[in-house]
Design a protein around this ligand. Structure first.
Ligand code: C5P
Length: 241
């Protein structure tokens, strides 16, 4: 049975090893996975993964959002999965063939999550990027298109906003993992940063999210442990109703 903290992913979005370790130490009892993203991994490299493993029981999500030609993505994915991480991410935008070739060459069994539409994007951005009106007017349609492709290719799940989870689950089944960033608890500074398609922890869980990524609402809180506990309370309420 999943505990509330098993739903919570904390992104270590900091530039130094010391800062990352500080957050690992203070939050390790309260989160299910630590997410290591581009900033930290490019700054400090794989030693951060070893340290997280030595100091905590949390899982590791190596979120490098690969997006390049197939040969490069395949090689990068193999290098990432050799670190023994639970999850890693590949963008959908190179199409099903790329996703399939990554899935088929995965000796470490890392779970591959496909990135659908970043939660920092909204309709006007999609229009600028040349998407068809049907997707500009209904981002969920675009998320579903990409999620279907990811499932067909054999990915374990997708990353999308909490606003789209319900439809992804309804269309692709409850076992297809959905990870949702863009989480803004009612008490945090919603709408004042780069995240656009946002939702509360409670609502994301109610909509069926398997994991929520909560960064700034915890990281920049005056008391990060208290903030994490408040998120866990919301998760508990949602899963126990
Ligand atoms: O909660 P906060 O906005 O600080 O979370 C930011 C994190 O969410 C970053 O690590 C970013 O990479 C991640 N993210 C993501 N997928 C998106 C949008 C953000 O993994 N679509």
């Amino acid at each position: 049975m999943k505990r509330p903290k098993d739903y919570l992913i904390f992104p270590l979005d900091v530039p130094t090893y010391q800062e990352a370790i500080r957050y690992v130490e203070i939050l390790k009892e309260h989160v299910g996975l630590f997410k290591v993203g581009l900033e930290l991994f490019v700054s400090v490299g794989p030693k951060i993964l070893r340290t997280i493993r030595e100091r905590s029981e949390a899982g590791i999500f190596l979120d490098l959002k690969f997006h390049d030609i197939p040969a490069t993505v395949k090689g990068a994915f193999l290098a990432a999965s050799a670190h023994g991480v639970t999850f890693t991410t590949v963008h959908c935008d190179e199409g099903e063939g790329l996703l399939r070739s990554v899935v088929e060459n995965n000796p470490s069994g890392t779970k591959i999550l496909a990135v659908t539409v970043l939660t920092s994007l909204e309709s006007k951005n999609l229009k600028e990027l040349g998407y068809l009106d049907r997707y500009v007017n209904d981002i969920t349609e675009l998320v579903l298109l990409k999620a279907r492709m990811a499932k067909e290719a054999g990915c374990s799940g997708v990353v999308c906003s909490g606003l789209e989870v319900e439809k992804v689950k309804a269309n692709l089944g409850k076992d297809f993992i959905v990870v949702t960033p863009g989480i803004r608890p009612a008490w945090s500074l919603g709408g004042k940063d780069d995240q656009k398609r946002i939702i509360t922890p409670y609502q994301a869980l109610k909509n069926g999210a398997d994991y929520i990524v909560v960064g700034r609402p915890i990281r920049i809180a005056e008391k990060p442990i208290e903030a994490a506990k408040k998120v866990l309370d919301e998760i508990e309420t949602a899963i126990s109703e």
